[in-house]
Unconditional design. Structure first.
Length: 575
């Protein structure tokens, strides 16, 4: 963001140079037509017209009459008497009047209207307005009744109506904070705002009595690290976005919901799984304030998907976005590249009509209809596409070999294609293989825990599967209390059996439901702090060895939020 008096004038000049076939001088000299107006300043011509007396009086109130009497080149769109809300503007203080009314109707350099003219004009207050002559001549949709009046220091156009000052989306958030509409969002974003003086583009003034440099025209650059992280330039007048701004109630409700997924123990202990098995209990490396971490994550996940770009085809189906109709009519793609499916539910929470801003639209919403697994609580997949040691550094009584399955050799009768799995080949007939799977980025919520088993005939060239049933146990190590105490969750002591038709397909085996009382995600920078799943073959007696196999083939582990599973079931039932 820039706050200054001239920067966009230079940009406008560059645009005109690139787009126009006329000489540069055409935009920096008044037309020499020999008419009386061409020898008079903009102020002289405006003040002499009886149909512009209201506009002229506002120029005087704002002190801008003197500016339009100077040699600096401007284009002015002057609204005729009775075509704009003179009384409201006349009640403004001079600074607000200049910024929100006068500068909306004045731009640097000459903008001369010609046939098929269509330009995006940057006014002096940095707002952008369309000046065009393709569907009738207009400036910000106000009819131009007299165009191209020459002046010694610019061009004057007479309009029916004044350009409307519209905040950009970023300004809107803070303009409305005082009304209590979106206070929490404004407070959150304000924490990441910084401002500094642009020395290169500021105009130096005199040295003060303390020997400090002053500036007659200061260019202040305002940046916000958070909206940069969101990839949403909602402070940029050249961008076009729609932002969903939650009411205070909607913000607080969503914040509380997300916070429940990021509940942390005061101390987070875990068992690093080393080459020789689980080590003793270890505390997460980084010190952290659990309340601060919860607040930071809840605020970030609430805000990061509030903005969609008008330049992305996923979003063309929004009423306020111009573009061809997309193939997908119920999905929005946010600026952080998250896809919000069932977005019609999101849109339906809009309060009133979308509000037009200078760089897009704001939709006030009374609820944020996020699906948690799309934003802050995704499904966790532990697979072996890359290095299996990332999540499975230890196995016992077996040889854990990562097996690659070429696509053209995959036995398609088994189900969906898998590229890799780990074959836990037992070291002997009496061995009972064990394997440990690290579970990354766990949130404090309920998960359905799945293990993906692979049969022996995963290759199309292999013989028909002759696998025996597999009997095994499973347990998960996790933090169970506020002080970091750990416990083992063993699914009620169940001995699981993989048998029957499950032996002839790639089987996503449900171990059961587990609730993690505390989150692990983001606790330490290294990402080492996480719970683990321990699988162990159970085949101790002679009869067990005759009945069950002691070889496991595993393609991965899935932790799917229970609410996501329930959602998928309902989706299937509705088909």
């Amino acid at each position: 963001m820039r706050h200054n008096k001239f920067i966009y004038g230079m940009m406008a000049a560059a645009t005109l140079l690139a787009a126009s076939c006329t000489d540069f001088d055409d935009y920096n000299q008044a037309y020499q037509t020999g008419s009386a107006e061409s020898n008079v300043t903009l102020w002289g011509n405006i003040s002499s017209r009886s149909d512009l007396s209201e506009f002229a009086s506002l120029l005087v109130k704002g002190g801008f009459d003197k500016e339009l009497d100077k040699s600096r080149f401007y284009t002015v769109w002057a609204p005729k008497n009775g075509t704009f809300d003179f009384a409201t503007y006349n009640q403004m203080d001079s600074a607000t009047l200049v910024d929100r009314f006068i500068k909306s109707n004045v731009a640097d350099f000459n903008y001369v209207l010609s046939s098929s003219f269509n330009e995006r004009v940057h006014a002096l207050n940095e707002k952008s307005y369309t000046f065009q002559n393709e569907n009738g001549s207009t400036y910000d949709e106000n009819k131009v009744v007299t165009a191209n009046i020459p002046n010694v220091n610019g061009t004057l156009h007479i309009t029916e109506g004044a350009a409307v000052y519209r905040p950009n989306i970023y300004e809107f958030i803070f303009d409305h904070a005082e009304e209590g509409v979106d206070t929490s969002l404004a407070v959150y974003l304000k924490k990441y705002e910084t401002a500094y003086l642009d020395l290169e583009n500021s105009i130096p003034g005199p040295i003060d009595t303390l020997g400090r440099q002053t500036y007659s025209d200061s260019v202040i650059i305002v940046e916000n690290d958070m909206i940069n992280q969101m990839r949403a330039l909602i402070d940029d007048e050249d961008s076009l976005y729609t932002m969903f701004v939650p009411t205070e109630e909607a913000y607080e409700t969503t914040y509380k919901k997300i916070s429940s997924y990021y509940r942390y123990a005061d101390v987070t202990n875990y068992y690093p799984v080393l080459n020789d098995g689980p080590a003793k209990s270890t505390t997460a490396i980084d010190d952290y304030d659990s309340d601060y971490l919860t607040d930071s994550l809840a605020s970030w996940y609430l805000a990061k998907d509030l903005v969609v770009s008008h330049h992305n085809g996923y979003n063309y189906w929004l009423d306020e976005v111009d573009g061809p109709q997309p193939a997908v009519f119920d999905t929005l793609l946010t600026t952080t590249f998250d896809k919000l499916s069932h977005a019609e539910d999101f849109i339906a929470r809009t309060v009133g009509e979308p509000q037009r801003m200078s760089n897009g639209y704001v939709r006030m919403v009374d609820s944020l209809a996020y699906l948690p697994w799309e934003v802050w609580c995704p499904e966790i997949n532990v697979n072996f596409i890359n290095d299996p040691s990332t999540y499975m550094p230890y196995f016992k009584d077996c040889v854990g070999n990562t097996m690659e399955v070429p696509y053209n050799m995959f036995n398609s009768a088994l189900g969906d294609y898998i590229p890799y799995y780990v074959d836990f080949v037992p070291s002997g007939d009496r061995s009972q293989p064990e394997a440990y799977f690290m579970l990354p980025n766990v949130r404090s919520t309920k998960y359905n825990v799945y293990v993906v088993f692979v049969p022996s005939n995963v290759m199309s060239s292999a013989a028909e599967s002759g696998d025996k049933p597999l009997q095994f146990e499973a347990e998960i190590s996790y933090v169970s209390d506020e002080d970091g105490g750990t416990d083992e969750f063993d699914f009620d002591g169940t001995e699981f059996v993989l048998d029957g038709e499950r032996l002839n397909r790639i089987d996503t085996f449900l171990l059961g439901e587990m609730e993690f009382p505390y989150a692990y995600a983001y606790v330490d920078e290294e990402g080492d702090c996480m719970p683990y799943l321990h699988l162990s073959v159970k085949r101790s007696s002679k009869s067990d060895r005759e009945k069950y196999t002691n070889e496991m083939r595993i393609a991965g582990v899935i932790l799917r939020p229970v609410e996501y599973d329930q959602f998928l079931i309902k989706e299937d039932e509705s088909l």
